[in-house]
Design a protein around this ligand. Structure first.
Ligand code: ADP
Ligand code: MG
Length: 237
């Protein structure tokens, strides 16, 4: 068996798709393979994060290679960092070029938690990381603010897009996190509207979830092209 396959097997990483980049064995490879800026490695160390978790091992290189993916890994297995880390690396530095990345979560609580994690990993670097609040969604204020990463629930973001003409056409990265819950809560319609509003043809979409029911897999396959599927452990554990 080849080296990557052995490593994946050891870490219970199951992939399907073509040309899948090698998994990350440790965080120092972020620097050697992907020229990661020191601030990220410093922040990881400060947070006491030493070794990548299996989902991070595979999702980080995928997203850094510009591949779309949908990933299923248990709760508590570090999915947030699996998409925030490559997102910060790809965005490189702050810009005033409109909204550049969007992370959707099913609830406000999860959205604010994710915004906090994002800021921790970005510490020392001047990114504009914003949580979509009710006030921002309801006033015109938002369109004037620079925003590298926007974190929101689907309903709030959709209302800002509809009522306030918030422009998502420059979004380069779109993450649907906790996608199984997005479904359970009946948020498919606003999610769909946001996917359409993110009309940049070179957008990289990804979807993360703790379980992968057929509904979620179907959504992943309709909104993404040539996406790689990553499952850690068993599909619905
Ligand atoms: P999930 O989204 O998969 O439920 P989270 O991304 O919320 O999990 O991560 C759960 C906890 O694990 C967080 O407190 C996070 O800081 C921590 N964590 C993430 N990655 C690592 C890692 N590689 N090593 C140790 N702790 C980690
Ligand atoms: Mg999570």
């Amino acid at each position: 068996m080849e080296r990557d396959a052995i490593f994946r097997k050891q870490h219970n990483i199951h992939t399907s798709g073509s040309n899948i980049p090698s998994p990350l064995h440790d965080f120092s490879e972020l620097r050697s393979r992907y020229k990661c800026k020191p601030y990220i490695l410093r922040n990881l160390a400060e947070l006491g994060i030493k070794e990548p978790t299996p989902i991070q091992m595979q999702a980080i290189p995928l997203l850094l290679s510009g591949r779309e993916c949908f990933a299923c890994a248990p709760t508590g297995s570090g999915k947030t960092l699996a998409f925030v880390c490559p997102m910060l690396m790809k965005l490189k530095h702050a810009s005033k070029d409109g909204v550049r990345a969007v992370i959707l979560l099913p609830t406000r609580e999860l959205a604010s938690q994710t915004a906090r994690e994002c800021k921790k990993l970005a510490k020392g670097k001047k990114f504009y990381i914003r949580l979509m609040t009710k006030q921002l969604a309801n006033t015109g204020e938002f369109s004037k603010l620079p925003c590298d990463i926007l974190i929101s629930t689907p309903l709030r973001l959709k209302s800002a897009v509809n009522k306030r003409k918030l422009d998502l056409s420059r979004v380069e990265y779109l993450v649907l996190d906790e996608s199984d819950k997005l479904f359970d809560l009946g948020l498919l319609k606003p999610v769909d509207a946001i996917v359409k509003a993110c009309s940049n043809p070179s957008i990289i979409r990804s979807l993360f979830s703790a379980t992968l029911p057929d509904t979620v897999e179907e959504l992943a396959r309709t909104i993404m092209h040539d996406a790689v599927r990553v499952i850690i452990g068993r599909k619905n554990s």
